[in-house]
Design a protein around this ligand. Structure first.
Ligand code: MLT
Ligand code: MN
Ligand code: ZN
Length: 299
């Protein structure tokens, strides 16, 4: 299984257009600290690619990877489709950015699809441009990522009932946010991708314990960070993101797994966006990594 890390930032990116915090200012001064919105590309056995989450940066993210470039036909793309872990704007605004496609395949859970169709009216908006085919992301069992060829299997593991703010009154569902589980029978390897993690339920622990690589929500270093930095009145957990450190922190849990573990979806307030921050040493001691844009993970 081959994964390309296309971006590692939370909503807003780093730098965020209207933000002069130390993280964003640091990234303006040092372009290598820039991070695009969190996203992943996964290669199927027929050599095509699915992009996990369609960020506002998606066209630049495709342009930045030769593997994702079109050709040899004038409008022939190796991008076979999109998989969504949730309906948040930082993971879905890029769908409209791909409207030049002849057709677009989007794999998502039912609540995510409904939010995009009934709240954002994506089907109505995109119909004059391209034809969108929706496929369900199964919560139990597994579906083939690429129909017709045996190969990568995908499923969504519910990790949060948090709805996007634009769909705050939409029906309850435990699969508003899922962790994407990717299993490759050819290599026998499993990856788990959870850029938003509001809780660590038993079924998530089980999937993480069985995985070879776990990439999780590293939005905030600690629970109070959003309040301390003045970006929100809510805590990290109140915003649907388990922090890295503290009583509900994910770092110690990751350290106990045998998988290769990495953080992604870093907010610009997270001290980890500064490569010199001492928090990096703390994670290194635990054997947990911080994903970076452009990283390739072969399993
Ligand atoms: C989140 O990860 O919590 C959302 O993307 C935040 C947002 O953009 O509103
Ligand atoms: Mn987000
Ligand atoms: Zn900032």
């Amino acid at each position: 299984m081959l994964l390309l890390v296309l971006g590692t930032a939370a909503g807003g990116g780093i730098p965020q257009w209207n933000c002069a915090c130390p993280g964003c200012s640091g990234a303006r001064a040092h372009p290598r600290r820039r991070r695009r919105h969190a996203s992943l590309a996964v290669r199927t056995d027929d050599g095509r690619w699915y992009i996990v989450n369609a960020t506002p940066d998606i066209a630049d993210q495709i342009e930045g990877r030769p593997e994702l470039h079109p050709g040899p036909g004038p409008r022939q793309t190796p991008v076979a489709g999109l998989v969504l872990t949730d309906a948040e704007l930082d993971h879905t605004l890029g769908i409209a950015r791909l409207r030049e496609a002849d057709s677009l395949q989007v794999i998502a859970t039912a609540p995510v699809r409904q939010a995009l169709l009934e709240r954002l009216h994506l089907d109505d908006v995109l119909a004059p441009y391209t034809s969108v085919t929706w496929r369900p992301l199964p919560r139990r069992g597994a579906a083939l990522l690429h129909r017709g060829t045996p190969g990568l299997q995908i499923s969504g593991i519910p990790v949060s009932g948090k709805r996007p703010r634009y769909a705050a009154d939409a029906p309850d569902d435990d699969a508003w946010v899922v962790a994407l589980r990717l299993y490759d029978p050819a290599s026998g390897t499993t990856a788990l991708y959870a850029p938003a993690l509001a809780a660590w339920p038993d079924h998530f622990q089980q999937a993480a314990a069985e995985a070879d690589c776990v990439i999780v929500d590293g939005t905030f270093w600690d629970d109070d960070e959003p309040r301390r930095t003045g970006i929100s009145d809510r805590t990290a957990t109140g915003m649907g993101h388990l922090p890295i450190e503290g009583p509900d922190g994910t770092a110690e849990r990751l350290a106990r797994l045998s998988a290769r573990c990495l953080y992604t979806h870093l907010n610009n307030t997270n001290p980890l966006v500064d490569p010199a921050a001492p928090e990096h040493k703390r994670l290194a001691r635990l054997g947990v990594e911080v994903a970076s844009d452009g990283m390739e993970i072969e399993l």
